[in-house]
Design a protein around this ligand. Structure first.
Ligand code: HEC
Ligand code: HEC
Ligand code: HEC
Ligand code: HEC
Ligand code: HEC
Ligand code: HEC
Ligand code: HEC
Ligand code: HEC
Ligand code: HEC
Ligand code: HEC
Length: 314
């Protein structure tokens, strides 16, 4: 039966080769359906009907979390099964599998694809910024990273596991995590997604945070959070990134500069009164810049803040 039905459809597929595929004819389901599937119940046939012709896809789909949508009585047929994403299928079935009568994701814009998925995934802190995320703005859609049918991971239906998924577009970051001192992302200890929300954030660079950008670091480095009786101002004001490169770099502790003294003296110089921040006192004059005093953190070893000592000795 399928074989018979498929003949005219195959011809259609040939006719709609890439060159003409962008011409969305009026009867195209993609153009007609847009991002909001029809709610007219008679247009829906249910996933069991789709199974009769698409058994392999049905069987693999049944093992994904999307199977749960069939239990969603509240949303009605437009929120269930295959048709929750592909829209109403009655005409497609009546046409013996007429591909112009079913919503496919082919040639759809990022905005349209995302809107489809977000019919169900708009809520919650994870996705609330997805509409305007940097990824969305740069035409990276939900299905650039996820594949409902052909996922390679068990986790979150991803096309590839992290970090390879991310490296497929972010080569520069790959190089950073290969530097001598780095967060062990390639080794699988932590993930890009621990620090970033690829679905977008309120703050810059899609860095996960609650109110301040530092919150993401405190999630794992709670000992640096304080509050301390004696805070070191740049930790609180400029943030961790003022001294560390978050991904990785050539210097121990992922510091921005090769020698600790050069880092400190960016702010603590007498020659530039006030230094970079405008409030940092210069290192006292007895700090001769001979070898001994260059290891600032030998003495000022609680550099992230202290409860005992204003100059961070303990
Ligand atoms: C969560 C949304 C979603 C659900 C549910 C869903 N699909 Fe899809 N479907 C897609 C997307 C997106 C594509 C485009 C290819 C891709 O990204 O995997 C697709 C592609 C397809 C294709 C094209 C061929 C292929 O293998 O890519 C067919 C046929 C198809 N779906 C049928 C079905 C059937 C049948 C069901 C129910 C058993 C179903 N889909 C459920 C989103 C969905
Ligand atoms: C009578 C058989 C039949 C039924 C029932 C059926 N289809 Fe299809 N469908 C086909 C055929 C034939 C094709 C074209 C060949 C192919 O891609 O597998 C097709 C293609 C598709 C495509 C891909 C179009 C493309 O351009 O790649 C999607 C998506 C799809 N069907 C979804 C569904 C959904 C959802 C249901 C249930 C509502 C469904 N089909 C029920 C026969 C059927
Ligand atoms: C009709 C509603 C609906 C639509 C439309 C929909 N989803 Fe889902 N999605 C769900 C439900 C329900 C779950 C399961 C949630 C759970 O397990 O608690 C889910 C789960 C997921 C998950 C998590 C899988 C996991 O392993 O936990 C991903 C990823 C996902 N959907 C991506 C997509 C993408 C991409 C699209 C658009 C192509 C999409 N969804 C469209 C309802 C939907
Ligand atoms: C740049 C890649 C990327 C894009 C684009 C993307 N996702 Fe995700 N998504 C992920 C990754 C990675 C995870 C795994 C959890 C994590 O690290 O945040 C995930 C997790 C999910 C989950 C399950 C976990 C959860 O916390 O809810 C859902 C559902 C989901 N994404 C839906 C979507 C939808 C809908 C879109 C489009 C609006 C989308 N994603 C766009 C990469 C992406
Ligand atoms: C330890 C936390 C952390 C991890 C893990 C992490 N990032 Fe970042 N990433 C950041 C921070 C913080 C910034 C902002 C840097 C800044 O403002 O100086 C950033 C910035 C970026 C940027 C913007 C460009 C730039 O360099 O400023 C991209 C792209 C990026 N990260 C991608 C990734 C990818 C891909 C992964 C995984 C392979 C990843 N990140 C893992 C914390 C992290
Ligand atoms: C399909 C390609 C693609 C994939 C896959 C992808 N990204 Fe992106 N990403 C982009 C593009 C394009 C931009 C915007 C241009 C830029 O800043 O590089 C971007 C921007 C970002 C930014 C913000 C940079 C800024 O300057 O604001 C971060 C952070 C980021 N991506 C992290 C990730 C992470 C983490 C993953 C994996 C879960 C990922 N990306 C997967 C293409 C991708
Ligand atoms: C004023 C510069 C500066 C700022 C800002 C800063 N650090 Fe550091 N950090 C350092 C220096 C210098 C070292 C090396 C200490 C040493 O040599 O013993 C270091 C070491 C570390 C270490 C490894 C050794 C240890 O103490 O555990 C971690 C982890 C760390 N910093 C995390 C953070 C986090 C998280 C933040 C933001 C809350 C932050 N740092 C902000 C200068 C800074
Ligand atoms: C998901 C957990 C996690 C997050 C979030 C995180 N880190 Fe780390 N960080 C680690 C772990 C684990 C190590 C230990 C590294 C190792 O042994 O490979 C580490 C080590 C470090 C070190 C010390 C390296 C050394 O040589 O002693 C610095 C500095 C650091 N992190 C800074 C940051 C900054 C800055 C942020 C925020 C942008 C951050 N971390 C966010 C888990 C995290
Ligand atoms: C980004 C600029 C910046 C960097 C880099 C920096 N500091 Fe500071 N530091 C400050 C500011 C601002 C204060 C606060 C001054 C105040 O509260 O009056 C301060 C305070 C101090 C104090 C306490 C001074 C006092 O009298 O209370 C010491 C000691 C100190 N820093 C040492 C260091 C060392 C050692 C390094 C290098 C590991 C370093 N700082 C890196 C900006 C910086
Ligand atoms: C041998 C130990 C030692 C080393 C190494 C050292 N310091 Fe100090 N530092 C001190 C002492 C002692 C004080 C005075 C503390 C006091 O007055 O209570 C001090 C005070 C300071 C102050 C506070 C000045 C003020 O006016 O309040 C700054 C800033 C400072 N050091 C920066 C640095 C920098 C930058 C380096 C590295 C280039 C460094 N120190 C290396 C011992 C050291």
């Amino acid at each position: 039966m399928l074989a018979l039905a498929a003949v005219p459809v195959l011809m259609l597929l040939v006719l709609s080769s890439p060159a003409v595929a962008e011409d969305k004819s009026p009867q195209s389901a993609n153009a007609a359906a847009g991002s909001a599937p029809s709610t007219e119940a008679s247009k829906y046939v249910g996933a069991e009907t789709c199974k009769t012709c698409h058994e392999e896809l049905y069987n693999s789909w049944e093992k994904t979390p999307h199977w749960k949508t069939t239990l969603n009585k509240e949303g009605g047929p437009s929120h269930q099964g295959c048709e929750g994403c592909h829209g109403p299928g009655a005409d497609h079935v009546a046409g013996g599998g007429d591909v112009s009568k079913i919503y496919t994701f082919k040639n759809a814009s990022t905005k349209e694809i995302n809107a489809r998925c977000m019919n169900c995934h708009a809520g919650g802190p994870q996705h609330m910024n997805a509409i305007n995320s940097v990824h969305t703005q740069n035409n990276v859609s939900c299905i650039s990273c996820h594949s409902p049918h052909h996922a390679e991971t068990k986790e979150a239906l991803l096309k590839k596991a992290q970090p390879e998924l991310c490296y497929s577009c972010h080569l520069q970051q790959k190089a950073q995590f290969e530097m001598p001192f780095h967060h062990r992302v390639n080794e699988g200890l932590i993930k890009c997604g621990d620090c970033h929300n690829p679905h977008g954030t309120v703050g810059p660079k899609q860095v996960r945070a609650s109110s301040t950008q530092n919150a993401v670091c405190f999630g794992c480095h709670a000992d640096k959070q304080g509050p301390f009786v004696f805070e070191h101002e740049p930790v609180k004001v400029e943030g961790c990134s003022s001294c560390h490169i978050p991904h990785g770099g050539a210097n121990p502790h992922m510091l921005r500069v090769s020698n600790v003294n050069l880092l400190c003296l960016q702010c603590h110089t007498n020659s530039v009164p006030g230094g970079k921040t405008g409030a940092a006192p210069g290192a006292p004059s007895f700090h001769s810049q001979e070898t001994f005093f260059k290891s600032c953190t030998l003495c000022h070893n609680q550099i992230h803040g202290s409860n005992f000592d204003a100059t961070f000795f303990k």
